[in-house]
Every structure is written in structure tokens, then in C-alpha cells.
Design a protein around this ligand. Structure first.
Ligand code: DX5
Ligand code: ZN
Length: 290
């Protein structure tokens, strides 16, 4: 069977003491360190599910759109970008994007999280202090842009989202491997699991699937049990695959994930918020290995 990998999410650590936080987690029994890389894009793409039509919404764009197959049309407007740091404005912008998707019904706004975390420079600095496996989860609209810098910085795993890689996953996987990293693909809670099959069945396959168990963007959210169907389906189909779960995992939810077949467990707030993180890490491991 597959081995358990417990991956504390450094998003819940004290970023000002990242090296010592990493050391402490490794000492506590962590196998991997999960690094959440989020970038706010200056633009947001929408595309038709039916034809290849896609359009990039720039900041402040308002207009009428009609896709090539004429299936979808409507007004779109966008307020992303501008490097605004006011959180309330930022979230309002996110709502607007969702609204424009709603107007388009059937057009898909590609991956977007209303948060900003770390990037390659931080991975490079941390790499100088630890040999630990750095499990990087890319919540960005253009993962291809980060393959080279993260490879150079010393990342170990590179997991991109399937929602933003429909056109270029083959190139992505090939380039991730050529930089010596382990390629993984992530699915948001609303994305059907079938979308990752071609990436696993490929001649040059991804080596891990990350099933998001919360909407990506923030730590400390509530685990979504309905995502377990995807884990069960994947485990049945791929007995040897590394299946990672991320979001809301801890002592009260690990049983659901472990029995569904997940073996790589990301845990942020439940580990960092515990009085005895080592105990939580070993509890998570025992549940998976049972
Ligand atoms: C959410 C991130 C997670 C997050 C998990 O977008 O991908 O890795 O840090 O945090 P918890 O375990 O607190 O839900
Ligand atoms: Zn993550």
C-alpha cells in the first residue's frame, strides 16, 4: 500500500520564524512541509466550456462578450488587480468576479484566490535551513510561470490546479519533472474528479492528486465531507497513487479522509494550534496507517 505522509501547512506557522517553525515540525515527525503559494492575478481569464474561446479580463474592463460557438454571451466586468492591499476591497473584487461568472453561466473564471502568501524567494531562503521535502501547492492562475523559479529555489513537489491547466498540463508536467520536482495536480471542491484522469493515465503522468477539502484561499476553514467521494473514487481506480487532502484536517476529520483512502495529509491550524503538535502528527499518521 501507499505510505502516509504528514504535511503540516506552513501557512499556519509564524512566517517571521519560518526556519525554526520548519525545524520544529520535522522534529515533531512531519514527513513533508506544505507550502501554500498564492498570487493575486492582475487579470482573470474566462472561457467557454464548449468551444476554445477564452478572454482575459483586465482591471476595470466592462464590455459585451460572445464566444466562438455562440453558446455564451453577456456583459462582464472586472475589478481584479491594482495591488490593493485593503482586504475588504480585495474580497469585494472577488465577489465581482464571481458575479461576472454568474452572468456568463457556463463560462468559467479560472483559478483565483483572494489571498497573497509566499513565493520562490521564501522557498529559496527556507531551503538553506532545511533538507525537508517542500510540498508546494500553487494557487495561481499561471503555474507555468513558477516552475523555473521554484525549481531553482529548491522546491520538492509542485502541485498545480487542474482548473487552470486544461491547455498546458502536458508541458507543465514535463517541465516540473525536468526541474527535478514531483508533479501533482489539485482539484477544487467543485471540480469533478474525472478531470484529472487524463493526467494520471498519461505516458508522462502526475505523481500525486491533491483533493481540496475546503475552498482554497485560507487556513482554518471547515472540512467538506462531500469531497470524500472523490478520494474514494480515486483510490479505487489507482491503488498506488499518492492522494493528498488539504483543508480542515485534524483529529476530528482524519478518520473520514483516511478511510476514504487519502495517504498524504495536510494539516495547518490543527497542528500549529495544538498544545502538543507531535501528538496530532502521530495521531494523523496512525489513522492513515491503520
Ligand atoms: C488552503 C490551503 C491549505 C491550508 C490548510 O487554501 O491550501 O493548505 O493551509 O489549513 P487548515 O489545515 O488550517 O485548513
Ligand atoms: Zn494547500
Amino acid at each position: 500500500g501507499v505510505k502516509a505522509k504528514i504535511a503540516p501547512s506552513m501557512l499556519s506557522s509564524d512566517f517571521a520564524n519560518l526556519a525554526s517553525e520548519a525545524h520544529r515540525m520535522v522534529e515533531f515527525g512531519a514527513d513533508w512541509l506544505h507550502m501554500d503559494i498564492m498570487v493575486r492575478p492582475l487579470s482573470s481569464k474566462i472561457r467557454c466550456r464548449n468551444c476554445s474561446f477564452n478572454f482575459t479580463l483586465q482591471f476595470g474592463w466592462v464590455g459585451f462578450l460572445l464566444c466562438s460557438c455562440s453558446n455564451f454571451y453577456g456583459f462582464a466586468f472586472s475589478c481584479v488587480g491594482l495591488g490593493n492591499t485593503d482586504d475588504s476591497v480585495l474580497l469585494a473584487q472577488y465577489e465581482l468576479i464571481k458575479l461576472s461568472v454568474f452572468i456568463f453561466d457556463g463560462l468559467l473564471a479560472v483559478h483565483f484566490v483572494p489571498n497573497l502568501t509566499i513565493g520562490a524567494p521564501v522557498i529559496e531562503s527556507l531551503r538553506k535551513h532545511t533538507k525537508a521535502y517542500l510540498d508546494c501547492h500553487l494557487m495561481v492562475t499561471n503555474p507555468l510561470d513558477y516552475v523555473e523559479p521554484l525549481g531553482k529555489a529548491g522546491a520538492s513537489g509542485f502541485t498545480f490546479h487542474v482548473e487552470v491547466s486544461k491547455e498546458n498540463w502536458q508541458e507543465l508536467v514535463q517541465r516540473i519533472k525536468s526541474k527535478g520536482m514531483k508533479p501533482g495536480v489539485a482539484v477544487k471542491p467543485g471540480t469533478p474528479v474525472e478531470e484529472v484522469y487524463p493526467l494520471i493515465d498519461s505516458e508522462n503522468p502526475v505523481e500525486m492528486v491533491l483533493v481540496m477539502t475546503v475552498e482554497p484561499g485560507f487556513g482554518g476553514q471547515k472540512f467538506m465531507p462531500n469531497t470524500m467521494d472523490k478520494v474514494r473514487t480515486l483510490r479505487k481506480k489507482y491503488p498506488e497513487l499518492d492522494i493528498e487532502v488539504d483543508g480542515g484536517l485534524g483529529p476530528s476529520t482524519i478518520e473520514m479522509a483516511a478511510s476514504a483512502g487519502a495517504n498524504c495529509i495536510v494539516a495547518g491550524s490543527s497542528v500549529f494550534g495544538a498544545a502538543e503538535p507531535a501528538q496530532v502528527i502521530s495521531l494523523l499518521r496512525n489513522s492513515v496507517e491503520e
